[in-house]
Design a protein around this ligand. Structure first.
Ligand code: SF4
Length: 272
């Protein structure tokens, strides 16, 4: 299903990312936010269209055209993310191949991992140099509460897809975890056990530092770290810097996997 994309530009940024440096964004989803999740902290606001069905939202030709004005693409990498879950784009492989040919830059895909049980999705992602997979919970009730996935996308299925992908993928695999509260000792231990089995190349622990827009704004695809916004937002309470630091150190010493958090974006714990 193609939505009305008349005033839509599929390229945004460059934005400064704490994870990747200077990044140019490709949005393969379009003007209507579309995802299999509806995370409580999502920067797109409440997701407008929840689905697990892959389809072409933005043609590869449009993305190729939209990339041209950004020449010579003087960025650290090109990230496919945008207005929802990028693996829902059926032309993801074509988009990645075209972006690589045009920009000659490393490519990253940020995904919630919900479609990784699909062999076609895993094959598409092989083209990317880096894939970041969201994993916000190790207990099903947490996942339901934080990610609010469509029926059938339970944690067992997500984990199975992620495990299959880990076996096949030779690029850089990151796990991205958003903390909305400090985890108990047991939750931390379970997470570490999972990471010891999965062995991603890196782990990124984050907490909501940006208020959540109450409705979908294309401007929110960028990386606003501070200042006022020209649209209504709702504040979220982040975990403190100290708690993130302790958890990151704990993970890294137990697993040996580089584990990072966005130090420069966070506020002192007295305000958290
Ligand atoms: S997976 Fe990403 S795009 Fe989808 S609802 Fe969650 S934060 Fe938003």
């Amino acid at each position: 299903m193609l939505h009305n994309q008349r005033f839509f530009n599929s390229i945004y940024g460059p934005v400064k990312s704490w994870r990747f440096g200077q990044s140019l964004g490709i949005d393969p989803i379009g003007a209507v936010s579309t995802c299999s999740f509806n995370c409580v902290y999502c920067q797109l606001g409440e997701i407008e269209y929840q689905t697990t069905t892959r389809q072409v939202f933005i043609s590869t030709e449009q993305i190729q055209q939209d990339l041209q004005p950004f020449a010579p693409w003087d960025v650290d990498l090109v990230t496919v993310s945008g207005s929802g879950e990028p693996t829902l784009a059926q032309n993801l492989a074509d988009i990645l191949t075209a972006a690589k040919a045009i920009t000659k830059k490393p490519l990253a895909v940020l995904t919630n991992g919900s479609l990784l049980t699909d062999p076609d999705v895993r094959a598409d992602l092989m083209i990317a140099d880096r894939v970041s997979v969201k994993l916000d919970a190790i207990a099903p009730s947490f996942s339901q509460r934080i990610n609010r996935p469509l029926d059938g996308l339970d944690l067992g299925r997500l984990w199975a897809g992620l495990w299959q992908f880990r076996q096949q993928y030779s690029g850089i695999l990151s796990i991205q975890t958003m903390l909305l509260s400090t985890w108990s000792d047991q939750q931390q231990a379970d997470y570490i056990t999972l990471m010891q089995r999965l062995l991603p190349d890196e782990i990124q622990i984050n907490t909501p530092t940006r208020p959540k827009p109450t409705r979908h704004e294309l401007d929110a695809r960028g990386n606003h770290t501070s200042g006022s916004r020209p649209y209504p937002v709702r504040s979220l309470r982040p975990v403190s810097v100290e708690q993130l630091q302790i958890f990151c150190d704990h993970i890294q010493s137990a697993t040996g996997i580089p584990t990072r958090y966005p130090q420069h974006q966070l506020i002192p714990s007295t305000q958290a």
